[in-house]
Design a protein around this ligand. Structure first.
Ligand SMILES: NC(=O)C1=CN([C@@H]2O[C@H](COP(=O)(O)OP(=O)(O)OC[C@H]3O[C@@H](n4cnc5c(N)ncnc54)[C@H](O)[C@@H]3O)[C@@H](O)[C@H]2O)C=CC1
Ligand SMILES: O=C(O)/C=C/C=C(\O)C(=O)O
Length: 506
């Protein structure tokens, strides 16, 4: 360890690594101009490799391109998969203590470079620097959690009728494709890489082409951590060229994917005849927040607002459909609108939305809301042709039909709807009236109601009087169209290992 020199950094890493304050990063971007954009490179077999095709990476807060992301070809993906396959032989046989040490080293390096990672994540994704720092800290936790989790695994043995001793033996499942979206780039990629490596698998990871910068910096961290060659490889690129080649390859024995439901369906279809592939799909949400009349109004408003607008509403767990019991409906709408107006402003809690394409998608839902005569309690449809970044102020909509596409489809932006209900039964019915079933928030002080209602909500996660409280051992994933499988602690072990049962006659 410790022999890796920073001289061997590829030039884009050298440039980016020099920017350890927001001012320096902004000045660097300004100075490099149109032609000198940071050109990211793939990370294959512990070395950076330039790619021939690129697309622009854009700073959502300004709308200006600042870097170039490779669009890796099928041949480049295949090269990375071959490295991962070769590395699997050795890595899958290392002891948990060895793997644990590597993961701890990665956690420490992320921690040491917290500000650098947060700055570039914020520039690349549009999120606030404060939010980016939280997510870097959570990336550290992903590695440190799994580095210790694997040290405490037990295997139960059983004796069957005095004739045989049986036990389960788990081994790493093979090479994984790890594909992540653009909303929490570093956090979600490391949520996959950490358990994958911890359980003895090797990987080719592909971050979203829209936000690749933190994954590129993470490659340098892997290089500095001196992970054995080929254990973790990162290829950059889009879905149709790079992602598709990756998921379809027979060298891939499992896929952990987070992203849109349509892409999840595509991946299922593309791998339908590769029955051996483990699939863990964490997809979209259209999550309800239920507010009962017994709540402490100001606490309920704060929780519902955070759930709706954190990270500009670009978290699959965001509560984008609020239902309020009739007795407090008017009071809640007024207090919620006042709170959001006072607390969610550009450059404060609000960043920019991730891309022009996504801005236009959100805008199209707001045009629909106008045409359906919804009430805009705050916010409005933004301009069609944004000149200085992709900014959308929070929008709170009321007077919308439950059958409207605005109520049914994932908008994934700073747009929330509020509607009313009378009874508990109606609240459950409204909450469940959606094809998705990822998360939900239940706001009430009534302990018996918490169980009665909470146990009926069709969602993988029910947060009671809170939102986004995470413990990495609990099962994470969705019901209905929100996904297949769960990850976290033991559940990640299911994803990344295969099990055989041994029967030994006594
Ligand atoms: N976590 C979530 O629930 C997320 C939901 N979304 C939703 O999905 C919508 C579309 O956003 P996108 O960026 O287009 O998400 P997406 O699902 O297309 O992208 C997620 C990842 O999948 C990759 N990908 C795309 N097509 C692929 C294919 N055929 N095979 C393998 N990998 C592929 C992408 O390159 C990216 O790395 C958003 O507007 C939002 O509503 C988007 C991102 C995250
Ligand atoms: O684990 C979390 O806290 C957040 C996860 C978020 C997603 O999976 C998402 O937005 O896609």
């Amino acid at each position: 360890m410790g022999s890796v020199s920073s001289e061997a950094r590829c030039s884009a890493i050298r440039d980016a690594w020099g920017c350890d304050s927001l001012d320096k990063a902004e000045a660097f971007i300004q100075a490099q101009g149109e032609n000198g954009r940071l050109a990211m490179e793939n990370f294959v077999g512990n070395a950076f490799a330039p790619s021939s095709q690129h697309m622009d990476s854009v700073d959502p807060k300004t709308g200006k391109a600042f870097a170039k992301v490779p669009i890796s070809s099928a041949a480049e993906v295949d090269e990375a998969l071959r490295k991962a396959t070769a590395a699997f032989k050795g890595w899958s046989k290392t002891t948990v203590a060895t793997r644990s040490k590597y993961l701890q080293r990665v956690a420490q390096l992320i921690q040491e470079n917290r500000e650098l990672l947060a700055i570039w994540e914020s520039i690349d994704q549009g999120k606030t620097l404060a939010r980016a720092r939280i997510e870097v800290d959570r990336a550290v936790s992903n590695f440190s959690y799994f580095s210790t989790f694997i040290l405490h695994q037990e295997t139960a043995a059983r004796i069957i009728d005095g004739v045989a001793l049986t036990y389960e033996h788990r081994s790493p499942a093979g090479v994984f494709a790890l594909i992540s979206p653009w909303n929490m780039p570093l956090y979600l990629l490391t949520w996959k890489i950490a358990p994958c490596l911890a359980f003895g698998c090797t990987a080719v990871a592909k971050p979203s082409e829209v936000t690749s910068m933190s994954a590129f910096l993470l490659c340098e961290i892997f290089r500095l951590a001196e992970l054995p060659e080929g254990v973790i490889n990162v290829v950059f690129g889009d879905g149709p060229t790079t992602g598709s080649a990756l998921v379809k390859s027979p060298l891939v024995k499992g896929i952990s994917f987070t992203g849109g439901t349509a892409t999840g369906i595509r991946i299922r279809k593309d791998t339908a005849d590769q029955i051996y592939k483990h699939l863990s799909l964490e997809l979209g949400g259209k999550n309800p927040t239920l507010v009962f009349e017994d709540v402490d109004l100001s606490k309920a408003v704060q929780t519902a607002a955070t759930a709706a607008f954190e990270n500009q509403g670009e978290i699959c767990l965001c509560g984008s459909r609020i239902y309020v019991q009739s007795a407090i409906y008017d009071q809640f709408v007024a207090a919620f609108t006042a709170y959001v107006t006072a607390n969610y402003q550009r450059g404060g809690k609000m960043g920019a939305v991730v891309s022009l394409q996504h801005y236009q998608k959100i805008r199209s839902y707001l045009e629909l809301a106008e045409s359906e005569k919804a009430t805009f309690n705050t916010g409005s449809t933004p301009v069609a042709d944004p000149k200085n970044g992709f900014w959308i102020d929070p929008v709170i909509l009321t007077d919308i039909s439950t059958s409207s596409r605005i109520m049914r489809e994932e908008i994934f932006g700073p747009v929330v709807t509020i509607a009313k209900f009378d009874s508990e039964e109606e609240a459950v019915e409204l909450a469940n009236d959606n094809p998705n079933g990822l998360a939900s928030v239940l706001l009430t002080k009534d302990a018996s109601r918490i169980r009665r209602v909470g146990e009926q909500i069709e969602a993988g996660l029910v947060w009671v009087n809170c939102w986004l409280v995470r413990e990495l051992g609990t099962p994470f994933g969705g019901m209905k169209n929100s996904g297949t499988g769960r990850e976290g602690g033991e559940y990640s072990r299911e994803v990344f290992t295969v099990v055989r049962t041994l029967h030994i006659p006594m």
